[in-house]
Design a protein around this ligand. Structure first.
Ligand SMILES: [Zn+2]
Length: 120
């Protein structure tokens, strides 16, 4: 195999690896999680003296600069944490594929548009 073909194969394999790591598209949320301690207001509650109850929020800044905060119930926290991570993993995968495609383009390793879908 010529060096040219080896390099192309390597980059194509790299793209397949990245594509296989992309999280499910429907399990994505943009935003960041933060915790705040809040006092519930009951005089008899321990929080009246010490620290408040920890509450987790998903905070997201929308177009136009408005920030929205949504309370995340404890039982949903693992899922929302995963969704937040998926969002950055998705962008990371986009960037990585984009980088590989730049290399394919720069190194002239691309064919012209195939007429049929390539065999896998
Ligand atoms: Zn309380």
């Amino acid at each position: 195999m010529k060096k040219h073909d080896r390099e192309r194969k390597r980059l194509e394999e790299r793209k397949k690896t990245i594509a296989a790591s992309v999280p499910p598209f429907e399990e994505i949320v943009r935003g960041s999680l933060f915790e705040r301690k809040i006092k519930c207001g009951k005089a008899s509650c321990h929080c009246a003296q010490g620290q408040g109850h920890p509450v987790t929020y998903l905070s997201v800044t929308l177009k136009g600069g408005k920030t929205v905060q949504i309370t995340v119930p404890k039982k949903l926290l693992p899922r929302v944490q995963r969704w937040v991570k998926n969002y950055s993993d998705f962008w990371s995968a986009l960037e990585q594929v984009s980088e590989v495609n730049r290399q394919l383009l720069r190194k002239r390793l691309l064919d012209s548009e195939p007429r049929e879908p390539r065999a896998q």
